[in-house]
Ligand binder design. Sequence first.
Ligand code: DGL
Length: 253
Amino acid sequence: MPSNAPIGFLDSGVGGVSVLNAARKALPYEDFILYGDSGNAPYGTKPEEQVISLVRAAAQELMQQGIKALVIACNTATGIALAAMQKELPIPVVGILPAIRPAQKLRKDGEILVMGTPNTVKTKAVLQLMETDGQHVLLLGCPGLMEFVEKGELSGPRLHAHLEGLLKPYLNTKIDVVALGCTHYPFLQSAIAEFFPEETQFIDGSTLTLEELNAALTEKDLYTDKKTPGTTRFMTSGGEDTLQLMDMLHKQG
Ligand code: DGL
């Protein structure tokens, strides 16, 4: 039966806004709520057990809002906790992973550089993708990078220096595709692109996530039947400044 309940999005912080922005374009009538766990971020350097507990608690915050489906809009949380959430929650749950397979379709004769959190590049989910689609894929864990987005620092010399430290080993390699394997990183795409030739392509996992979300909503007949623009609401374990930043990143598209 059609449902006018909101769709929940969950991330360790403000990065989930990049997935929500993509979903907003595809699903204009749906209501969205994003819970950004900025008070407990980052997830990318915490032990797995701790990440699972944090994701479980954040999912409960969203369940209390009566969501009809959950998007884990965080590669790290998906890699570590998607299976547990799908088992524990009574609603459809989809996640996001680095777009390694779609990146293969864009690759020419160079390499694919996958940037993710230190946890993401070693999760089982990513290592399985590497087994099937890992030819010419270089995995790069990026400690400290999401923190720039959490502070709203999307350009400037400090960010440039941090990126230079991370990307230095790859700057003499022909990189055809950069896969942004953390939902915070699309907000840093311009800063990252400065290190690569113009023809380098960028990709993230949100297209596949939206396909999975659409499939789940279709299967359970959960699409809203209202024809008025959907609302977007932000919740956070961080402060008022986090809410403002989410709003700014959302408006920026
Ligand atoms: N936004 C997250 C991701 O997609 C993680 C950032 C973090 O908490 O380390 O992996």
